[in-house]
Write a protein that binds this ligand. Structure first.
Ligand code: PMP
Length: 356
């Protein structure tokens, strides 16, 4: 297939065209190094500059307070499901997880190898997909190590933005919403994200963690999962994913030049408004997430008639709009609209949904 008009995949996801053009140049020769970015040493001065620049851009974009550290780690978000428990449980007997859907359940499941899990909001018995998130109903034991939340559930398109004040550290999986939700980092003990959606390519995660939580690490934690060691070694514990860090630095620079978090949130809201209006206007489609919790990043909907979905996907492909199939566990359609998604392609998709 020739270059598509737009790729709506959930991740790895569309990168802005200018970022891809820069990568193309740097693959041949990176700055004045004499080598390709693919060959750059993780011990080089230039790579240290990439890491420092990425840290300082992210610190500015999310107004990260001085008592928080920013680290980059090999592996995506799933490895963080283990890392969070290994690094943050300390002496506590249990950790709490808000069950909002597939990813929060998976994070709890992996953490349960190390610690007892308590679910909040009382959904653990039936594991139905949550459509309304009600923070006032969260019942969190003050003795718990932390409360883990997933502010954007990528598969079902469920989101919430504000966490209420807690006596325990809140840890958030921001994989599918980092820099696309306006959050106050000081409300969290730690946040982490696989960067392959709105901030780069697969194989890397970023962690932002408050200093006072760095001494809880379990001694059996592998070095490559230790937050304290990554802080000490400034994210260069071993031959780290140089290329993935470099792309993240480019993306952070791109977000900064394009209006920062405020603009990313504004554009996400505009894209989502257009699509949900189209979905709601066509009685063949359903989205049963309650209005306040509809994700502005992953818009997922279905139809009782399989043929309607097939026809819509086919019509979209004809226009060069691909990657719209719903997650294999959910079916239907899912439009994942990260920072590299232009409004024009969302407009085209909205028209197709209205006409379906
Ligand atoms: N958390 C969320 C919210 C996700 O959307 C995903 C991937 N779609 C993951 C975790 C897992 O990420 P990874 O594939 O990088 O392990």
């Amino acid at each position: 297939m020739d270059q598509c008009t737009h790729y709506f995949g959930a991740g790895p996801a569309a990168l802005p065209a200018e970022v891809k053009q820069q990568i193309q140049k740097d693959i041949i020769l990176y700055a004045d190094t004499g080598v390709s970015i693919l060959e750059l040493s993780h011990r080089s001065e230039q790579f240290s500059s990439i890491i420092s620049s990425a840290q300082s851009l992210l610190r500015d974009l999310y107004v990260v307070p001085d008592n928080y550290q920013i680290i980059f780690m090999a592996g995506g978000a799933t490895i963080q499901f283990d890392a969070v428990a290994l690094n943050l449980v300390g002496d506590a007997k249990h950790a709490s997880y808000l069950d909002t859907g597939f990813w929060s359940r998976k994070s709890a499941n992996l953490a349960s190898k190390y610690v007892d899990i308590k679910f909040v909001q009382g959904l653990e018995d039936n594991h139905r997909n949550i459509c309304c998130i009600e923070p006032e109903q969260w019942n969190v034991d003050p003795e718990t190590a932390y409360l883990h939340v997933t502010p954007n559930e990528t598969i079902n398109g469920v989101e919430f933005i504000q966490v209420k004040e807690m006596d325990v550290p809140v840890v958030a999986d921001l994989t599918s919403c980092i820099l696309m939700q306006d959050i106050d980092i000081s409300n969290y003990g730690a946040v982490y994200a696989g960067v392959q959606k709105s901030l780069g390519i697969a194989g890397l995660s970023v962690v932002i963690i408050r200093d006072d939580l760095l001494d809880r690490v379990s001694e059996k934690t592998p070095d490559l999962l230790r937050y304290d060691l990554h802080v000490k070694e400034n994210s260069i514990v071993n031959t780290c994913p140089v290329f993935a860090c470099y792309v993240t630095q480019l993306m952070l620079d791109w977000v900064t030049r394009n209006g920062g978090v405020k603009m990313m949130v504004e554009q996400a809201n505009m894209r989502a408004k257009l699509l949900y209006q189209a979905v709601d206007s066509n009685p063949k489609f359903v989205n049963n997430v309650c209005e306040n919790n509809r994700s502005v990043i992953n818009v997922a909907f279905n139809s009782s008639d399989k043929k309607v979905i097939e026809n819509l996907l086919a019509a979209a492909t004809k226009q060069g709009l691909i990657g719209l199939q719903g997650h294999r566990k959910a079916g239907g359609v899912r439009a994942s609209m990260y920072n590299g998604t232009p409004m024009s392609v969302v407009q085209t998709l909205a028209e197709l949904i209205e006409l379906a």
